[in-house]
Write a protein that binds this ligand. Structure first.
Ligand SMILES: [Zn+2]
Length: 445
């Protein structure tokens, strides 16, 4: 396929804007990026996708999400409103996840993926929980990913809050899914070993996870110090802080994702850097849960790879970028904090590095050899749009609602805003039926 006449935003190490640009792809890989004149001359007989009046850029990557939370949209939380983070978990999320069946898991993924394709998010790193439907849950989600045509890495969040059997079943689901993918590799699916968080995973369970992970060649995907409660619990039970414990046990490493990292000190930041552990930032979720603001610039200055996730918020990663841009300014009472180019670097370059854990070819960049995960958006700039200022166009003028075409692995998942792989109406109708059951079970818990 040859995409022509677009304003191509390449991102990558040398991000640039190519006016009248073109991208040539074969199967799931980008072969050439350049001017429309040159590429049209070289690839005359190709299927052409005309991108006149559009931006052509890499599909977005969501570094941390929870498909399973989809059915909480619009649901009333029974009883008094939660007053803090632990109560949010107890009154909302730990009821929603217990209410899920395997079909609920699959449909919560399908509705999230409709949203992702519509808003140009083509890679998602999911963290799943369904304590009453653990075995096979990652297969149910993988089927949804397969159908949607996006790229995803999956894991099951191991926790002790559902007793020893629950912890063992979570471990088994991770191991089963990882081994299955290793035996039958899939170009768009990947896996990691999920842990809920330090305060819900005891030492015996953690040791079992570490034993199982040996030889699997995967890292962990875990929440870290999202709320102060995680540190208080760690100090009380183990006499050390969360990341000190994780470092000592061997949880950290270049394939591990530490989500949030809000309440961490400089020693813990050094541990992240020394082990090459990736961090993801989710400002919308952090504001919603009122848990605090991560020291993202501090971590970036230390050379830690801070990427961007959405923690189950809408799969419009542009909104997450906009939130990142705004949150740190008000938090630091400094309009110079978190400039647009740093936001862009987090959402693209750093998410590209995060995706390297899971996929052999680059994602999040338009360059030869990268996976052909590409989006087209309607956008007519009315001020100069250059190599130097495009991040501020992305912050102030561009949003996921402008996406018209979504391509992943070289396949069109959405063309002219029409979904090609998923039937939104049918999925939404079935999901609404399933949601009623989930809401009823939540009310009974
Ligand atoms: Zn999360």
């Amino acid at each position: 396929m040859l995409i022509t006449n677009g304003t191509v935003l390449t991102y990558g190490d040398n991000p640039r804007v190519i006016y009248g640009g073109a991208v040539y792809l074969e199967e799931d890989t980008i072969i050439e990026v350049g001017s429309t004149a040159e590429l049209t001359a070289r690839h005359r007989h190709e299927e052409i996708l005309d991108a006149a009046g559009k931006i052509v850029m890499p599909g977005l990557i969501c570094g941390h999400t929870h498909f399973y939370g989809a059915f909480a949209r619009g649901m009333a939380i029974p009883g008094l409103p939660p007053e803090n983070f632990v109560q949010i978990l107890e009154k909302l999320w730990w009821k929603v996840d217990r209410a899920l069946t395997l079909e609920d898991c699959q449909y919560s993924a399908l509705v999230a993926l409709v949203d992702a394709i519509r808003h140009g998010t083509t890679t998602l790193i999911d963290h799943h929980a369904s304590p009453n439907a653990i075995d096979g849950s990652l297969d149910a989600i993988a089927e949804a990913v397969e159908q949607a045509g996006v790229r995803a890495s999956l894991c099951y969040e191991v926790t002790d809050r559902n007793g020893d059997d629950g912890a063992r079943a979570g471990i088994a689901e991770n191991v089963r899914f990882i081994r299955q993918l290793q035996a039958n590799p899939h170009p768009r699916l990947a896996a990691s070993f999920g842990l809920h968080a330090a305060f819900t995973v005891s030492n015996p369970t953690l040791e079992r996870c570490l034993q199982e992970v040996q030889g699997l060649d995967v890292g962990f995907h875990t929440h870290v110090a999202e709320d102060k409660a995680d540190q208080v619990d760690s100090l009380k039970k183990y006499g050390i802080r969360v990341l000190e414990r994780f470092e000592k046990k061997g949880v950290l490493g270049p394939k591990t994702i530490a989500v949030h990292c809000i309440h961490i000190d400089s020693y813990e930041m050094d541990a992240l850097r020394a082990t090459g552990t990736h961090v993801t930032h989710q400002p919308r979720s952090n504001m919603n849960n009122a848990v605090g603001v991560a020291d993202v610039s501090g971590m970036l200055k230390r050379g830690i790879n801070v990427a961007l996730g959405n923690d189950g918020f809408s799969n419009n990663m542009f909104t997450e970028m906009h939130a990142t841009y705004l949150l740190h300014k008000i938090n630091e009472r400094d309009p110079r904090a978190m400039p647009g180019d740093v936001v862009t670097e987090i959402a693209f370059a750093n998410n590209t590095k995060l995706a390297e854990i899971f996929w052999p070819q680059p994602i999040g960049v338009l360059e030869p050899g990268a996976f052909a995960d590409i989006i087209l958006l309607d956008y007519y700039p009315y001020t100069p749009f250059t190599d130097g200022n495009f991040p501020w166009h992305v912050i102030f003028g561009i949003d996921g609602s402008q996406v018209t075409h979504t391509i992943a692995g070289g396949k069109l998942l959405m063309k002219d805003r029409e979904l090609h792989t998923l039937d939104e109406e049918t999925i939404a109708a079935r999901a609404t039926e399933l949601a009623k059951g989930v809401w009823r079970r939540v009310a009974e818990l």
